[in-house]
Write a protein that binds this ligand. Structure first.
Ligand code: NAD
Length: 354
């Protein structure tokens, strides 16, 4: 089915206010989730609602939490998300880091204990739209690991996203935003919900044999997601675990830490002010010249054109803003069940979802 964005946002706001959020918090979370769907990342959109409602119910997601600066060393900040909605405390923590970077030129912020931050690129865009470069190393904990190290078959980490953003004065920022697993876990969930295979090379079964069956991530005996880019993607995932997890979060995926049914993100965020480096005009003109150079590459056979990072999301945004957001039947059924468990009446649900 295709759902119109405004209607979906209203429904999501109703679900989270019914689950105990203030209207402002519910609106921020709803806008973030729907914006992920609009940008083509259904893995980090409204399909996360059942997990969020579940974690509100079991006390693992604090709907009133605010980001809190717990250590201030000037250009180095430690900020605790207090297990609040990542979409809220992540945005607040990024605002704090940007404000400090205006004074110090560079900030490194450890942002810890956030309930699922969702699409990390949204915090990168926050920095890029304010004229700053940003670099994000993120780990994911609170549940059993899902991703095997290069050369292994046991799960040792999660999908540890990495993001890097470069601002452009008269255009949207350049946004590299990716899971370090071969595909994001949420994309395996979407494939499972739709009953379709995942791309080859992304998963191994419990015996360590390659498979395209997303069910190996949801049914015993479990398989594992592999890293993207062989040993190189694995290496980047390790750095996300050690910088986002050990340094910023003080919480890695090693088994002495809790591994229940929670989703906690820890992020090491660097915010850089290009004006602190010198000739900003040259920086911007080099970015534009290089972008043009990349865009004018002759496409390989079967490819329509060469893109820069972040462009597929903008293309999806343009298309889905007009055509609506596709949601598969199983994901939609899960959202309706979550709405009921959040306390919305059948009539109210029918009013939003009818
Ligand atoms: P992806 O593979 O769709 O895209 C990765 C990057 O490649 C993006 O920057 C995209 O713009 C770029 N890209 C894609 N196709 C391109 C092309 N043809 N030319 C140039 N650039 C191109 O993304 P993903 O790895 O599936 O990640 C999806 C989302 O999942 C991200 O937003 C990420 O932050 C999020 N995520 C979040 C968590 C979490 O715990 N919060 C964990 C993992 C992933």
């Amino acid at each position: 089915m295709l759902v119109e964005q405004e209607k979906l946002i209203e429904f999501v706001i109703a679900i989270f206010t019914s689950a105990g959020s203030s209207a402002d918090v519910a609106a921020e979370v709803a806008n973030h989730l729907v914006s992920a769907n609009l940008r083509g990342h259904d893995s980090h959109g409204v399909g996360m609602i059942p997990a969020y409602v579940g974690n509100i119910g079991n006390g693992q997601l604090n709907v009133t939490a605010q980001a809190e600066v717990v250590r201030d060393n000037g250009a180095v900040l430690m900020i605790d998300g207090n297990a609040g909605f990542g979409q809220v405390v992540g945005r607040q923590a990024t605002d704090i880091a940007i404000a400090r970077a205006r004074e110090t030129g560079i900030v490194c912020a450890g942002i810890r204990n956030c309930h699922h931050l969702g699409r990390i690129g949204s915090y990168g865009e926050q920095c890029g739209n304010a004229g700053f470069v940003s670099i994000h190393f993120v780990n994911v904990v609170g549940h059993p690991p899902q991703v095997s190290p290069f050369g292994g078959r046991d799960r040792r980490m999660s999908t540890n996203p990495f993001c890097c953003v470069v601002p452009r004065p008269n255009a949207p920022p350049i946004v590299l935003d990716m899971a370090t697993s071969a595909v994001a876990q949420g994309k395996v969930r979407v494939a499972y919900m739709k009953g379709v295979p995942v791309p080859e090379g992304a998963l191994v079964d419990s015996e360590g044999s390659p498979t395209t069956d997303p069910g190996v991530m949801f049914n015993e005996p479990y398989g594992a997601l592999g890293p993207f880019g062989k040993h190189k993607g694995y290496g980047l995932a390790v750095m996300c675990e050690l910088l986002g997890g050990a340094l910023a979060g003080e919480w890695t995926a090693q088994p002495e830490n809790p591994q229940g049914n929670n989703i906690i993100n820890n992020m090491l965020l660097f915010v850089l002010d290009p004006t602190a480096f010198g000739d900003t005009a040259t920086f911007h003109s080099e970015v534009e010249a290089m972008t043009r150079y990349l865009h004018t590459t002759s496409p390989a056979k079967g490819v329509d054109k060469v893109r820069i990072p972040g462009e597929p999301e903008l293309e999806s945004l343009a298309e889905r803003s007009v055509q609506g957001i596709p949601i598969d039947d199983n994901s939609w059924a899960g959202i309706l069940r979550a709405a009921a468990s959040a306390g919305l009446t059948e009539e109210a649900i029918a009013g939003y979802a009818g």
